[in-house]
Design a binder for this molecule. Structure first.
Ligand SMILES: *[C@@H]1O[C@H](CO)[C@@H](O)[C@H](O)[C@H]1NC(C)=O
Ligand SMILES: *[C@@H]1O[C@H](CO)[C@@H](O)[C@H](O)[C@H]1NC(C)=O
Ligand SMILES: *[C@@H]1O[C@H](CO)[C@@H](O)[C@H](O)[C@H]1NC(C)=O
Ligand SMILES: *[C@@H]1O[C@H](CO)[C@@H](O)[C@H](O)[C@H]1NC(C)=O
Ligand SMILES: *[C@@H]1O[C@H](CO)[C@@H](O)[C@H](O)[C@H]1NC(C)=O
Ligand SMILES: *[C@@H]1O[C@H](CO)[C@@H](O)[C@H](O)[C@H]1NC(C)=O
Length: 267
């Protein structure tokens, strides 16, 4: 009786270890804004390298925004990631794209945006750290002069923040900012409700593979889901079985299927 309860406990502990090892959870977010960050994207100071693909590193700022650094275009904030169509919807709070006359391409992303009929008025100002932060255009500024981009429809007469500034010109406001990528190609994988990851043991080439059954596309499939979940568990369990033949128990190496003789410390 005692033995069999140990066996059960042992079995659960093996399944737990097996699930931990088999599925590194690489899905995360920067806050509660509902944008999932997953492969090929990863948060570089928070997640393991194998969670992402080169060139797709992101970071989170203190406000919980997802930041994509795209030199020389600047730091963009990610509003939405369309994993199926491989497109990012972004915003440009630092107004770095004002510098870009047309579209821009990095080795990873192709960037496009529209120019609205509304303009920013660009000011050249002497340094003064009391100005509203949302007017600052750090990408256009230099070490000795601040450049400000102010909505040209705003009434700015007599605004003390613009006292030591000279008006330079008007520039259209970039909007509908889109960044698309073609490699790695995970869109077709995502479209089937699965997820993409780096293929294991592929050190030389950055190959990806489709895996997982976590997301379910059709709605009327609760039964299917639990069957699939059960199947996943069984598969993970057997995958672990393959590797577990040398489980160390009571300082002896025993085959996994003898684990019932094994007295693990009480958990
Ligand atoms: C992975 O972690 C995220 C956030 O911690 C969570 O929302 C998600 O459900 C997890 N996915 C799996 C498959 O456990
Ligand atoms: C924006 O600026 C352009 C050129 O500087 C000008 O032709 C256009 O009328 C301006 N738009 C508005 C809404 O002021
Ligand atoms: C701002 O004005 C200063 C002084 O006139 C000038 O030296 C500097 O180049 C200007 N900066 C820009 C970005 O035009
Ligand atoms: C100048 O503009 C800023 C930003 O819109 C605003 O917060 C501030 O109250 C304005 N100051 C004056 C004197 O109008
Ligand atoms: C900065 O601007 C404020 C007004 O907004 C002004 O009182 C102050 O003297 C300015 N400082 C410098 C160093 O120009
Ligand atoms: C999945 O497994 C649980 C027990 O682990 C069982 O109760 C359930 O009926 C199974 N679901 C399906 C659809 O087989």
């Amino acid at each position: 009786m005692r033995d069999s309860s140990k066996t059960v406990r042992c079995l659960f502990c093996f399944m737990f270890i097996a699930e931990l090892g088999a599925s590194l959870n690489c899905t995360t977010s920067c806050g509660n804004r509902g944008v999932d960050i997953r492969f090929p994207f990863w948060i570089k100071d928070r997640q393991a390298d194998q969670c992402g693909y080169p060139g797709f590193a992101l970071s989170c700022n203190e406000m919980g925004d997802i930041v994509l650094e795209l030199p020389p275009a600047g730091k963009l904030h990610i509003e939405k990631i369309d994993y199926r169509n491989q497109v990012i919807h972004a915003s440009d709070p630092q107004r770095c794209l004002l510098r870009q006359y047309s579209s821009y391409s990095s080795s990873v992303f192709h960037l496009q945006f529209k120019k609205s009929k509304v303009n920013f008025t660009i000011f050249n100002c002497s340094l003064n750290n009391t100005r509203p932060l949302n007017w600052m255009a750090p990408c256009l500024s230099t070490a000795h002069y601040d450049v400000l981009a102010v909505d040209s429809e705003l009434s700015i007469e007599d605004n003390e923040s613009l006292l030591s500034c000279t008006k330079m010109y008007d520039l259209p406001v970039p909007h509908d900012i889109r960044l698309s990528w073609s490699s790695p190609n995970c869109g077709s994988c995502e479209a089937t409700g699965k997820q993409c990851r780096l293929r294991k043991n592929s050190i030389t080439e950055l190959e990806t593979e489709c895996y997982g059954l976590h997301k379910v596309i059709s709605k009327n499939s609760e039964k299917k889901l639990s069957k699939i979940e059960n199947l996943t568990r069984v598969l993970i369990f057997y995958r672990y079985l393959e590797k577990a033949t040398d489980y160390r128990c009571n300082h002896r190496i025993i085959p996994f299927w003898h684990f019932s003789h094994c007295s693990l410390p009480n958990l």
